[in-house]
Every structure is written in structure tokens, then in C-alpha cells.
Design a protein around this ligand. Structure first.
Ligand SMILES: [Zn+2]
Length: 158
């Protein structure tokens, strides 16, 4: 045993060292095979912790997938986040005049204001005559100011 058989002699080939099984998930404590994605060993219950090599390889794969690989080797620790993730957000902009998803543009607001303040009372006066003066006064004191105030409320435009 131990020495290879002489030429021409039939022998039994000694067992080789185990093939490269570094990619096979094995428990680092007891060597048992792990279920795929296991977080602990089913035999000895010790937690499964990624080795530095596996962490480095994972980081490399993530970086390669993101197209942001900056290191030269798979063990590189260089890792830069996308600056868009850490930059402060642009300032919010509010305006009374500019249009926004919830408000009209300034010129339309002017037109609506004129309609609320003058157009509607005038139209009502033409229909109802002197009897409209009381309701118009109430309109001017209650509904019109609130409508105009809401119309010109500042809204976020950016
Ligand atoms: Zn184990």
C-alpha cells in the first residue's frame, strides 16, 4: 500500500483527495451538508455564516450586476454607493402663480378670480335685477373670498 503498483501489475488505484467541493455548502462546525439557503446546520444547529471569500464574491457579483465594479480583484473591499442614494433631495418649490398638478396656471387664476368677483354677481344681477343685491352682498362676503383664497393657495410646483 502507499507506493504505486509496478508497471504491468494490476492494482487498485488509491482514492484521490476529495474533489473541489468549496462550492458545496457544508457546515463549518460538523461538516454536514446544508440545505440550500439554510441559516443553521440541521445536525449541530450552529449558524451558517458566510466566509470572507463568499462575502467578497457576493459583493463582486452585486457590483458586476450593477455595472459599478471598481475593484481589480474579487477580494477588493472598494465599494462605492451610487451618489444619488446619499445626495440631499432637491429643494421643494412652492408657488401661487405657477401651475401644479393641483392648481391652475396664473393667467387662468386671474380669469377665474374675475369671474368669481365680478362675472357671477353681474350675471346674477342681469337675471334677477335689484333683488339680486342682497345675495350678491352675501356672495362677496362669504363664498367669493374663500374661493379666491383657495384658488391662490401656494402649491408645490417642483
Ligand atoms: Zn453542523
Amino acid at each position: 500500500m502507499g507506493s504505486p503498483p509496478a508497471a504491468g501489475v494490476v492494482g487498485v488505484q488509491p482514492p484521490h483527495a476529495a474533489a473541489d467541493i468549496s462550492s458545496v455548502e457544508e457546515c463549518r462546525s460538523c461538516g454536514a451538508r446544508l440545505f440550500e439557503g439554510a441559516s443553521f446546520c440541521a445536525r449541530c444547529l450552529s449558524p451558517v455564516v458566510a466566509s470572507e471569500d463568499e462575502v467578497a464574491q457576493g459583493l463582486g457579483e452585486v457590483a458586476a450586476a450593477g455595472g459599478r465594479w471598481v475593484g481589480t480583484t474579487s477580494r477588493s473591499n472598494t465599494w462605492t454607493t451610487d451618489p444619488r442614494h446619499s445626495e440631499p433631495l432637491p429643494a421643494k418649490v412652492h408657488s401661487r402663480w405657477k401651475a401644479s398638478p393641483e392648481s391652475f396656471p396664473g393667467p387662468v387664476k386671474l380669469l377665474l378670480t374675475a369671474t368669481i368677483a365680478v362675472g357671477i354677481p353681474l350675471a346674477f344681477y342681469k337675471v334677477a335685477g335689484p333683488f339680486s343685491l342682497g345675495p350678491i352682498l352675501i356672495w362677496w362676503l362669504t363664498i367669493a373670498p374663500r374661493s379666491v383664497r383657495d384658488l391662490w393657495r401656494r402649491t408645490r410646483v417642483r
